[in-house]
Ligand binder design. Structure first.
Ligand SMILES: Cc1cc2nc3c(=O)[nH]c(=O)nc-3n(C[C@H](O)[C@H](O)[C@H](O)COP(=O)(O)OP(=O)(O)OC[C@H]3O[C@@H](n4cnc5c(N)ncnc54)[C@H](O)[C@@H]3O)c2cc1C
Length: 279
């Protein structure tokens, strides 16, 4: 009562406003700093249920796995991957790396786009997987560290399924209006039908014409084709990627023979080891 009597109405309102600001500020601080806990364990495999399988072509499918609750996030740092465990056709255990195409802004689930090779050991497991089956996953894995605006531009060279980490990094950059990083992606495949995530990549190029550019390269192009032909060459890199500089980075991910050739091309073009990263 004494407190009430010793303060004017204006003072009381100001104090109430200040208190509300502190409470509101605390809630905001809590919201931005206390991210939801991820579901991965780097030491132990954890089981996730396949809830949706969407066949994209004869040998590529999207696999959607549920997280424990509808507001759970996977908790995988951008550009890192997970280890998936399955059994091959001889019932022997096999563990392989996969990069989800989803981010932690996709809540309650994560998705993998997987290409299944006829003789592939883990491919066999994915081919046999039915909705309702479980897969064991461990992670995060990988050395890539993403920070918004960490470089002026990323040049990306991807082959086949090597597009998945590039896609994840590109999505994180383009979905963050504060991140002004430019992206120049060269994406190589054998045939047109092998191109993964084409619709999504083309949508990026249309929505962010000044920030995201893509150049497709095919070994066996269709009759009408305005992209590159053959293997990714030094000239293609020179034309379509940022020139060597201390504030750019060239990211590579493809089959081992392609990675080797790309590393040699980049070295010959003057990209230092610090300007390169291989997923
Ligand atoms: C960091 C990282 C992330 C990855 N992310 C993905 C992803 O998101 N989606 C995805 O589908 N894969 C991804 N991969 C590849 C994946 O880890 C497996 O290598 C792939 O699924 C083949 O495994 P497999 O056991 O079925 O084939 P294996 O038993 O290892 O190979 C059997 C045969 O399959 C064929 N084959 C295997 N791999 C290739 C290839 N890359 N190109 C051409 N032919 C091949 C070859 O004929 C080979 O002899 C990623 C790899 C890495 C390193």
């Amino acid at each position: 009562m004494e407190f009430l009597q010793s303060h004017s109405r204006v003072e009381m309102i100001s104090m109430a406003v200040a208190l509300a600001a502190i409470v509101g500020g605390t809630a905001y601080y809590y919201y931005v700093t206390k991210k939801p806990k991820g579901c991965l364990d780097p030491e132990n495999f954890k089981e996730f249920k396949l809830v949706k399988r969407t066949q994209l072509s004869h040998n590529v499918a999207t696999f959607r796995f549920d997280l424990p609750t509808s507001d759970s996030v996977l908790g995988l740092p951008i550009g890192q991957h997970i280890s998936c465990r399955g059994k091959d056709s001889l019932d022997e255990e096999v563990v392989k790396a996969y990069t989800p195409t989803t981010l932690d802004t996709d809540v309650g689930y994560f998705e993998l786009v997987v290409k299944m090779y006829p003789q592939g050991r883990m491919s066999h497991y994915f081919r046999e997987m039915q909705e309702g089956d479980y897969m064991a996953v461990k992670g995060p894995k990988g050395r890539f560290k993403y920070q918004p605006n960490q470089v002026r531009a990323f040049g990306m060279i991807a082959g086949g399924t090597g597009i998945t980490p590039m896609f994840q990094v590109a999505r994180a950059i383009l979905e963050n209006p504060q991140d002004k990083t430019n992206i120049n992606l060269i994406y190589a495949n054998v045939t047109y039908d092998d191109i993964l995530l084409k619709e999504e990549l083309d949508a990026f190029a249309i929505k962010f014409p000044n920030q995201f550019k893509i150049y497709y390269v095919l070994n066996q192009p269709p009759q009408v084709w305005d992209g590159g032909v053959g293997f990714v060459s030094k000239e293609m890199i020179q034309t379509h990627c940022p020139a060597p500089a201390s504030d750019i980075k060239m990211l590579r991910c493809g089959p081992p023979p392609m990675n080797k050739v790309m590393a040699a091309h980049l070295e010959a073009l003057g990209y230092s080891p610090q300007m390169q990263f291989q997923f």
